[in-house]
Design a protein around this ligand. Structure first.
Ligand SMILES: [Zn+2]
Length: 471
């Protein structure tokens, strides 16, 4: 294989992407026709059927739905009322896995809700409702995840948790809550121990100002249902000609939150992954290794599709070897041109990818940061080289998840050009990862991974969830 030959293949796939609006049309169907694709619902299942049909259209092979049992959730009414010092209704949404509840209690504001905040206020938390920012990280910054704060609140005796959206605009924040029995996929275990409620920035800050004047009380009345259901990964392949058992896995998650269209999180990444499959299928028979396109189900409820796929395929004795996993959670958002590749605990691969950016003559940011909150992680804990490609949404001043996890994660925030730019980069990366014999990535041992998780301060949480060592 000459560099010349690789160049010809690149030109073909790049030309194909830039002269097609296929990813946009797919995203319109997922967002406008189906709307939300909450895991375990009819709409998610319809999306799975649609994605499967597209893979067949594009000529992918071994196209299949990979079913797995999981707990889904259905929201009912959620009424939040300020009862003291004033009486007034407040707009609010229950968050996935929130149990039904009727309760009234005093509110304790823990501010950003980092661990030191919870430690400082520990003796004031029992029996109260915790008020906290949801997630406050700016781009490139890592702050605690919503579920960490939720667990810290429960451990200190809180009876409910109110999460404040980090961005203004009267938008409620959502996101799944951690369950009573994280090791189980049964509805009875996945339901959260206490209610978790999402507030807008404006409602949250109004409560915060009142709390500075003196004690405030709120009442929560909410009815929701956690139930046993099924979700699917959608999988298709372009078999490798020389090393069919060596796999480059690429794709995003097609499920989303029920209060939005899930356009940027992660409809965009899903259709970018499909586009990679569509154009690489044109090279069938010429690729050395197998490219497996996956649309993960149920990411938003705990990476459930990715855990399932990793457990089935990325284990000793499966006969498959994962050379690289390219997660597309957040790829294709915004206007394009601000793509970022985040390796997860693989600093030694940063020079390879920054060098590749020069070879490709396309600028993208490369960094390394071990984190556990997207579909790369079930592969990372198995020591598999992996990265997440995402596109910065250029909306100025947004922090945390931006429009993500709010009602405003809608199709109008995504553009065909943003999808095309991410697809070009993702397809070229996958092509190189399939063909380049000098790729220096290697599988880490479980002992190395254990040390990395410990160094990152997340080993204990991963163990509590029954995810390490991986089953
Ligand atoms: Zn996502």
């Amino acid at each position: 294989m000459t560099a010349e030959h690789l160049r010809e293949m690149e030109k073909e796939i790049i030309g194909e992407i830039w002269t097609s609006d296929e990813p946009w049309r797919n995203l319109v169907y997922l967002c406008d026709d189906l709307g939300h694709r909450f895991a375990g619902t009819q709409r998610e299942h319809k999306a799975a059927e649609y994605l499967r049909a597209r893979m067949l259209d594009y000529g992918l092979e071994n196209v299949r739905l990979e079913a797995f049992p999981m707990a889904s959730w259905e929201r009912g009414p959620c009424r939040l009322t300020l009862t003291s010092p004033l009486e007034r209704p407040l707009p609010a949404v229950a968050m996935p896995y929130c149990p039904s509840a009727v309760l009234e209690a005093e509110v304790i504001d823990v501010g950003e809700g980092e661990l030191p905040d919870f430690e400082r206020l520990a003796d004031q938390i029992p029996g109260k409702v915790v008020l906290t920012d949801a997630e406050t990280n700016r781009p490139g910054e890592r702050k605690s995840h919503r579920t960490d704060k939720f667990n810290w609140a429960i451990e200190r005796g809180a009876i409910a948790c109110l999460f404040i959206n980090q961005n203004p605009g009267q938008l409620h924040i959502t996101g799944s809550l951690s369950g009573r029995g994280p090791q189980s996929s049964l509805a009875a275990d996945r339901e959260a121990a206490i209610p978790g409620i999402g507030l807008s920035y404006e409602t949250g800050h109004a409560l915060r100002r009142l709390a500075q004047r003196g004690p405030i009380r709120i009442r929560i009345e909410t009815q929701n249902r956690t139930f046993d259901a099924v979700s699917y990964n959608v999988v298709g392949e372009i078999p490798g000609a020389e090393h069919p058992d060596e796999i480059i896995l690429v794709g995003g998650h097609y499920d989303g939150h029920d209060i939005s269209q899930g356009a940027g999180d992660d409809g965009a990444g899903t259709v970018v992954g499909l586009e990679v499959g569509r154009v690489l299928a044109r090279l069938k028979g010429k690729l050395r290794r197998t490219v497996r396109v996956i649309c993960f189900g149920a990411e938003e409820l705990g990476l459930l599709g990715a855990w399932h796929h990793a457990a089935l395929h990325a284990r000793p004795g499966s006969g498959e070897r994962f050379r690289f996993v390219l997660n597309l959670d957040g790829a294709g958002r915004g206007a394009g041109g601000q793509e970022q590749l985040t390796l997860s605990g693989l600093p030694e691969l940063v020079p390879y990818f920054t060098g590749l950016a020069r070879v490709l003559k396309y600028e993208f940011a490369v960094r390394d940061e071990l984190h556990s909150h997207s579909d790369h992680f079930p592969f990372a804990v198995r020591g598999i080289p992996n990265a997440t490609l995402n596109s910065r949404d250029s909306t100025a001043g947004m922090i945390g998840r931006g429009w993500g996890h709010t009602e405003a994660d809608t199709l109008d925030k995504v553009s065909l050009r943003g999808l095309q730019m991410a697809a070009v980069l993702a397809a070229r990366l996958v092509l190189w990862l399939s063909e380049d014999e000098t790729f220096p990535g290697r599988q880490r041992s479980l002992e190395e991974v254990r040390q990395q998780l410990a160094d990152a301060g997340i080993l204990e949480r991963v163990q509590q969830a029954g995810r390490f060592p991986p089953a």
